[in-house]
Ligand binder design. Structure first.
Ligand SMILES: Nc1ncnc2c1ncn2[C@@H]1O[C@H](COP(=O)(O)OP(=O)(O)OP(=O)(O)O)[C@@H](O)[C@H]1O
Ligand SMILES: [Mg+2]
Length: 322
């Protein structure tokens, strides 16, 4: 077995601010091998971006983050600022969610990329690297002189990916990299990420609320609910034979991959996910769960092996009758 490049252990993120205490991530663990892509799925508010922010330590001040984020064995959460600056972007980089408008509107895109390179790798041939990066993400090098408004949404997303890759990271966190784009462009950006992952051997955490994306991109998928992973395993198993009722409902709510008719199956998910400040007792999914048992309002089970490479956190997988 290959040694994981990233090991996340019992990660917890708690926001403290005007909204009170928000336990957004409640004990998440996963591993990412070199060149591997792990999908992270779940409805809005389940804590996906909070995990992404914790991995790179870019969460608002005052946010409590505990656990371990081991990058080649070194804990990002306890790194001194200087070391963190060296690691961020050069070892692990992020494509932020909803960042399409975050490019500086009055600066040419090439110079924005060059600036990132100069900041993190002084002395590098920034100009040459900009051309190389633009071509890597499928844009002609001459687009370097364009301003962001001269680019389409898909092209801007490519620039953001180029920015994230500017310093040759080995781990890329892509937070909803295709969500704001139309369907055709989504497919192109997905293809790009897959190609980069293959060509550069990038380890990638691919975050989306859209399960149908993950089947294409990720060999393994983790499904989150209310700040925890509730099921993790090979994507195909999680989509087609989910063991956790939430993962099953989520999978059923999306078009079936490979189904020529590409129709939606019945949606098995009613209601909204809970507010993390007011989680229901026991399993937080039980109020929406079609197969909840009477004791589900008093126990929240840990992830439990369902198969050799698959885990789920549900009383039903502990061997109880369904
Ligand atoms: N700065 C913050 N202060 C307080 N609460 C926050 C903050 N950022 C996020 N939250 C809350 O933490 C929870 C998790 O949010 P997060 O953004 O991680 O979810 P997500 O899974 O990425 O959702 P989405 O699919 O909408 O991007 C939510 O309840 C959210 O309201
Ligand atoms: Mg998010």
């Amino acid at each position: 077995m290959t040694v994981p490049i990233l090991r996340v252990r019992d990660l917890r993120v708690t926001y403290r601010g005007e909204r009170g205490v928000v336990p957004a991530v409640r004990g998440v663990s996963f591993e990412l091998g070199p060149g591997e892509t792990l999908g992270l799925a779940g409805e809005s508010g389940c804590g996906k971006s909070s995990i992404a922010g914790a991995l790179l330590r870019v969460l608002p001040r005052g946010t409590e983050v505990t656990g371990e984020v081991l990058l080649d064995g070194e804990d990002v959460l306890t790194m001194k600022p200087g070391r963190l600056r060296a690691v961020r972007w050069s070892e692990m980089a992020i494509v932020f969610q909803g960042a399409l408008h975050s490019l500086n509107p009055v600066q040419r895109v090439g110079s924005q990329i060059a600036e990132a390179i100069e900041l993190h790798q002084p002395g590098a041939d920034a100009r040459g690297r900009v051309s190389e990066l633009l071509e890597l993400v499928g844009l002609p090098a001459r687009r370097a002189i364009d301003y962001p408004h001269q680019l389409s949404g898909g092209q801007r997303q490519r620039v953001l990916i180029a920015l994230a890759l500017a310093c040759n990271p080995r781990v890329l966190v892509a937070d909803e990299p295709t969500t704001a784009l139309d369907v055709m462009v989504q497919a192109q950006v997905l293809d790009l990420l897959q190609r980069l992952q293959r060509e550069l051997g990038l380890a990638m955490l691919f975050i989306t609320h859209d399960l149908s994306m993950l089947a294409h991109v990720c060999r393994r998928t983790a499904v989150m609910y209310a700040g925890r992973i509730v099921e993790e395993g090979p994507s195909e198993d999680v989509f087609q034979r989910a063991a956790h009722p939430y993962a099953a409902a989520l999978a059923a709510a999306f078009p079936v991959i490979g189904d020529p008719a590409f129709r939606k199956r019945p949606v098995g998910l009613v209601g909204d996910p809970p507010d993390p400040r007011e989680l229901p007792p026991g399993c937080p999914f039980h109020p929406r769960c079609a197969v909840a048992r009477p004791d589900c309002d008093s126990i929240e089970v840990e992830l439990w092996p369902v198969a050799a490479d698959r885990r789920a956190a549900c009383v039903h997988v502990l061997g109880g009758p369904r």
